[in-house]
Design a protein around this ligand. Structure first.
Ligand code: F6P
Length: 326
């Protein structure tokens, strides 16, 4: 089937670079004389018929903007068959031949069900800061989030040093420790707590005592949101304080600021390459694939594989972090 019209939407938690990828999708459509429709507010917008034609001018001035011009949502209604049926009626109404979904794990899971039910070709672009998808070394927005986290913790370090304090800094990563591990190395954390590696309170306290003995007067522990060493980072800090009262402990939760901001050069180039390949892949008659990035190249992975295995933590990074704690 010759593709005449492609719809594009952003779904789930937003990430810097979504706009960049959207711009690339729209312009690649235009380059290939394909119509492009923007769906606002993710799959919920597909259900509610929030669909507008996009042309090259509609996406001007957004390459450097964080967030998503199309808005994003997590749609409960799309989880039901009735919701998806409504969405498909709008697909037919607008003569949409294929869809590019920019989102993460949950969005791709919904995409696969929708594709199977209504035979509508879908290609995924991994837009999430968590880097938790298989088939790509970098998800779109991850690099920007890492730099945001690094800059924020550098600032926390300034005040930690002035006051001889120990800081627990919680970073995002519901299921994965990529942000914590990489930013932790970049800011010289004393310890990095991630869901993939169970350190435990006792070992953490031993490490902190050792560093204090070695002359360190302040420290940073980076904690991934999904780590379960404590019930949460506040409870964790209390438990450490009980076992190790030598430090005044403070907690800082970086939160949603990690998802905002202008995308880095890396994410802008990545988003552009992914957007171009997404449209070209549909033109070539393929579907059900996620566009990934590996060893400098753009690669395709079946969507089913992308969501099944979380991208694994690189053990070399854990080793490097350990050596730095000498
Ligand atoms: O974008 C992914 C993520 O940042 C997770 O790490 C986090 O748990 C989640 O989004 C929180 O998003 P929200 O508050 O939008 O549900």
């Amino acid at each position: 089937m010759k593709i005449k019209k492609i719809a594009v939407l952003t779904s789930g938690g937003d990430s810097p670079g979504m706009n960049t990828a959207l711009r690339a999708v729209v312009r690649t459509c235009s380059y290939n004389n394909i119509q492009c429709a923007g769906v606002y507010r993710g799959f919920q917008g597909l259900i509610n018929d929030e669909i507008k034609t996009l042309n090259t001018r509609s996406v001007r001035g957004i390459i450097n903007r964080g967030g998503t011009m199309l808005y994003s949502a997590r749609s409960e209604e799309f989880k039901s068959k009735d919701g998806r049926k409504k969405a498909y009626e709008n697909v037919k109404k607008h003569n949409i031949d294929a869809i590019v979904v920019i989102g993460g794990d949950g969005s791709f899971t919904g995409s696969l069900i929708f594709e199977k039910e209504f035979k509508i070709p879908i290609i995924g672009i991994p837009g999430t800061i968590d880097n938790d998808l298989f088939g790509t070394s970098h998800t779109l927005g991850y690099d920007t989030a890492l730099n945001t986290v690094m800059e924020a913790i550098d600032k926390i370090r300034d005040t930690a040093i002035s006051h001889d304090r120990l800081f627990f800094v919680e970073v995002m990563g519901r299921d994965a420790g990529h942000i914590a591990l990489n930013s932790g190395i970049a800011i010289g954390a004393q310890e990095i707590l991630i869901p993939e590696l169970k350190i435990g309170i006792d070992e953490l306290v031993i490490s902190l005592k050792k560093s204090k003995k070695a002359g360190k007067s302040s420290s940073i522990v980076v904690v991934a949101e999904g780590d379960d060493t404590g019930k949460n980072v506040f409870e964790l800090s209390k438990r450490v304080e009980e076992k190790f009262p030598d430090y005044e402990i403070k907690v800082s939760v970086l939160g949603h600021m990690q998802r905002g901001g202008s995308p880095t050069c890396f994410d802008r180039v990545l988003g552009t390459r992914m957007g171009v390949t997404a449209v070209e892949t549909l033109i070539n008659g393929q579907s059900s694939k996620m566009i990934g990035f590996k060893e400098g190249k753009i690669v395709l992975t079946p969507l089913t594989a992308a969501i099944k295995g979380n991208s694994k933590i690189n053990p070399e990074l854990i080793r490097v972090a350990e050596i730095m704690n000498v």
